[in-house]
Design a protein around this ligand. Structure first.
Ligand SMILES: NC(=O)c1ccc[n+]([C@@H]2O[C@H](COP(=O)([O-])OP(=O)(O)OC[C@H]3O[C@@H](n4cnc5c(N)ncnc54)[C@H](OP(=O)(O)O)[C@@H]3O)[C@@H](O)[C@H]2O)c1
Length: 344
């Protein structure tokens, strides 16, 4: 399998993760990098934005930055790492021209005919693609992955759904990279915790229900769970930590929950970006920690720890890498699913 892929928003925090994760990918070859008008025509290395802690693949540095024009980009699949306010229109332009779009942006996530997918959770929702194409008359289509804080929550909730989840409360401690390169100034975040991230709580509360919902004919029937989120920005570079409280209609204790986490084996059948363990259960009381654990499973594993009984259920901590499992890695895994299922 050899598919041509391009990255929209290639110079951003997530765009750079795409480049890093797609380097030597067994199925995908990068054929185009696109960014805003201010960078179009420059070589990638001249945008001077490469800030990840790895070497820029040499040939990628020489790529010319392309405009957001489907006619100028030769790709079977584009990964979108665009700000949401521009993503909606740009992604639709590509889909109309017959290109498959795997997007990180929130613009299209909650549209009824757009699949919001975590392959280990709800890959059957992929059938919305056919409905979307028919309804909109497009040759291409858009598929999305969730917000970076939703994904760690939902992957850790999935094994608990068999106990009948009724209510979820979550308090996040989110990394600065989640706000993009220009997101939070150092003067705002050093020596500080910011108890507000615009739109984040709403995203966690709505996306979770779509992801854990079931296909009902041509739409997703959202899960009937009460979800309440409180989101906070902290001075960590990468890795979102979440304190999660879950109550269920069947009786559950910490031992049941730990067993469910240990047994979780969603069997994606060898997608290249699939981690060996989707959930890693930590037994030590002082784990997971961002610096020590965010890169488990090449950043695709969700770390879970401190699983304890609570007065009406259980509580635990989850950690996931926000620009890998929460963004670029998630979109690439969705792209691999598309390739394996014959959508591209
Ligand atoms: N960071 C995360 O952890 C994370 C996680 C999940 C989802 N997301 C979502 O992923 C998307 C990208 O986030 P990010 O953190 O990578 O943002 P970012 O660092 O600000 O990067 C934004 C990218 O979009 C390009 N861009 C900005 N304005 C544009 C315009 N008007 N037209 C065309 N291109 C434009 C930028 O190009 P220039 O360099 O040329 O300006 C840059 O490549 C957002 O929708 C975000 O919500 C982010």
């Amino acid at each position: 399998m050899n598919k041509k892929v391009a990255i929209l928003g290639a110079t951003g925090a997530v765009g750079q993760r795409f480049i890093q994760l797609l380097d030597n990918h067994p199925w995908f070859e990068i054929t185009g990098l696109a960014a805003s008008e201010r960078n179009v025509g420059k070589t990638y290395k001249d945008t001077k934005k490469w800030r990840l802690d790895t070497q820029l693949p040499e040939e990628i540095g020489e790529y010319e930055i392309l405009p957001m024009d489907p006619k100028k980009i030769d790709a079977d699949l584009v990964f979108s790492a665009l700000p949401s306010d521009v993503a909606g229109e740009i992604e639709a332009n590509f889909a109309k021209e017959g290109v498959a779009v795997s997007s990180n942006a929130s613009a299209n996530r909650m549209k009824e005919d757009v699949p919001l997918i975590i392959p280990e959770v709800n890959r059957d929702h992929i059938s919305l693609i056919d409905i979307q194409k028919e309804k909109r008359g497009w040759d291409g289509f858009i598929i999305t992955n969730p917000n970076c804080s939703t994904i760690g929550l939902v992957l850790s909730l999935k094994p608990l759904t068999k106990f009948g989840i009724e209510e979820v409360r979550v308090a996040t401690m989110q990394a600065v990279s989640g706000a993009g390169f220009d997101g939070v100034s150092s003067m705002d975040i050093l020596d500080n915790v910011i108890p507000y991230i615009k739109g984040e709580e709403e995203k966690m509360e709505t996306e979770t229900l779509k992801l854990l919902g079931n296909m009902d004919k041509d739409r997703v029937k959202p899960a009937s769970i009460k979800v309440s989120a409180g989101c906070h920005r902290i001075g960590v570079i990468d890795g979102h930590t979440e304190s999660i409280w879950v109550s269920t209609n069947q009786k559950i204790d910490a031992k049941d929950a730990k067993n469910a986490f240990l047994m979780f084996d969603p069997q994606l059948k060898d997608l290249p970006s699939e981690p060996e363990k989707v959930i890693f259960l930590h037994e030590r009381d002082d784990r997971p920690q961002t610096r020590l654990d965010r890169n488990i499973g090449r950043g695709m594993t969700v770390s879970v720890g401190r699983v304890r009984d609570d007065f009406d259920g259980i509580k635990y901590i989850a950690l996931s890498h926000n620009t890998i499992r929460g963004a670029a890695g998630a979109a690439i895994l969705n792209g691999e699913l598309l390739a394996r299922e014959g959508y591209i």
